[in-house]
Design a protein around this ligand. Structure first.
Ligand SMILES: *Cc1c(COP(=O)(O)O)cnc(C)c1O
Length: 471
């Protein structure tokens, strides 16, 4: 948690002239007051470089303003956050987190080796592996739901190279993986045992504030891009629609508002696992329901970890949050109504998601199922409320990571192709949009992490990994 919200110390007029790196630098330094400007600038410069230049054609772009391009299609605006090395928005934070951690560890005099435990609904895992593979003084273990990620997401993780990485599928869903990781962090015996081996724990999930703060930057960047496009004047409000799972991405938008960006409504877009939609409608957060696998697996989440942070910001009461979380633990529900001032819940069913992909493709852009959920939500929100404030849809992943679903949406029929590359190549052929090279290469890679374990086997898996690493 930030102890308090800083205030932006640049004007919106100045912001409109910043490139991505300058924006990130200006936003990060507001929160990371223990770091020097030179340290933050160096971290930003080495994170948001050429590796963020992958467009859907797999080409490298030159300009750093293309780190997160603002595009438009079908009468909608998109902030494309998937041009990093692993083709999902998680790269925006996970490419800089390892550098921030290294700086923090040095400042705090941490001499222990860091064991990073990560639960993933598909995209965080690969982005964290890419960020931390080969990092000095760090080992990383990633747990994904073995049947709950797309074939491309799974292969991205299971083929990851590097001596300091371990990956396991668990028999269970994302909530099981996240609960399991949190249980290990808070198990005093296991923490002591790992400490005895020279390890301190950390997380690459959005419970780590180092994930959230870099994400605040791209909301400022979107605002600047809108001004540059002539679609907004400095000072006017800008809303966002965010495809939401763990509530990290949209919470970063809320933080942007708290530190001074004139945000409009934040439309919280859910898929069929619409706990948050129901919460914003009724004031009751209730996880007592069937977990539904969807075509947008990275949002198949019932317990949104960062919602706890929001509850604290809105109530200002640790007591109230503790009571709510107590209710969640004991009964899977709590009641704590929201004012509706900032957030508005919407959701898309599977047919609505597929229809949105098809429609936006007709309008000139190929989007992934998560982004499509947001498209539907944005349109519903506008139709229901009549709010015509400019609204930017946050595009969170490359459509090629979910090629089979996108292909089905575009062609209207389930694809008859086999293998990860089959669907990717077919999607490229049908749409004329070249596929990212890093995904095409997956098929030929060796699976280095075949493990699938029971959800109560996570502790043993981490112990065995630590032994292998010989610490
Ligand atoms: C992680 C993810 C989301 C959900 O983001 P949260 O910060 O967990 O709410 C949405 N779309 C994609 C593609 C993702 O990888």
């Amino acid at each position: 948690m930030p102890e308090r919200f800083p205030k932006m110390d640049f004007t919106l007029g100045e912001l409109a002239a910043f490139d991505y790196r300058e924006t990130a630098f200006r936003v990060l330094r507001l929160f990371l007051t223990d770091f020097t400007d030179a340290e933050i600038r160096a971290a930003v410069d080495s994170a948001y470089d050429g590796k963020f230049a992958t467009d859907s054609r797999g080409l490298r772009r030159e300009l750093s303003s293309d780190v997160a391009p603002l595009t438009s299609a079908a009468g909608l605006r998109f902030l494309e956050l998937y041009h990093g090395p692993t083709l999902a928005f998680k790269d925006m934070a996970l490419s800089i987190l390892p550098r921030l951690m290294r700086l923090a560890a040095a400042k705090r005099g941490v001499s222990k080796r860091v064991m990073i435990l990560t639960a993933t609904s598909g995209d965080t895992g690969k982005a964290a592996l890419a960020g931390f593979a080969g990092a000095e003084g760090v080992d990383i273990a990633v747990f994904y739901p073995s049947e709950g990620v797309s074939p491309a997401q799974k292969l991205q993780m299971t083929t990851q190279e590097g001596g300091n990485v371990a990956v396991a599928g668990i028999i269970g869903n994302f909530d099981d993986a996240q609960t399991g990781v949190k249980a290990l962090f808070t198990d005093p015996d296991f923490v002591a045992e790992m400490s005895g081996r020279g390890y301190a724990f950390s997380s690459a999930n959005s419970i780590n504030i180092g994930r959230l703060v870099p994400q605040v930057a791209y909301y400022f960047h979107a605002y600047a891009e809108m001004c540059r496009a002539g679609a907004l004047s400095p000072g006017e409000r800008l809303g966002f629609t965010v495809p939401t799972g763990n509530f990290g991405n949209i919470l970063a938008a809320y933080y942007a508002g708290r530190i001074g960006l004139p945000i409009g409504k934040l439309v919280c877009a859910s898929n069929s696992n619409k706990v948050l939609f129901d919460y914003f409608k009724t004031g009751e957060y209730n996880t007592n329901r069937v977990f539904t696998p969807t075509a947008s697996p990275s949002m198949d989440i019932l317990v949104s970890s960062n919602f706890e942070r929001y509850l604290y910001h809105k109530t200002g009461s640790a007591e109230a949050v503790r009571a709510a979380m107590g209710g969640l633990g004991a009964e899977g529900r709590y009641v704590l109504p929201d004012s509706g001032e900032v957030f508005f819940g919407e959701y898309a069913t599977e047919p609505e998601t597929f229809a949105a992909i098809r429609d936006v493709f007709g309008g000139g852009a190929l989007i992934d199922p998560h982004t499509a959920v947001a498209v539907h939500a944005c349109r519903e929100y506008r139709a229901e409320t009549g709010d015509d404030t400019p609204n930017v849809i946050v595009a969170t992943a490359s459509p090629f990571k979910f090629a089979a679903s996108v292909l089905e949406a575009v062609t209207g029929a389930a694809p008859e192709v086999s293998g990860v590359s089959g669907a990717i190549e077919e999607l490229s052929r049908v749409t004329g949009v070249p596929a990212p090279a890093s995904l095409l290469e997956l098929q030929g890679k060796r699976v280095l992490h075949p493990d699938v374990i029971e959800k109560d086997g996570m502790e043993a898996f981490v112990r065995a990994f630590a032994s292998r690493r010989n610490y």
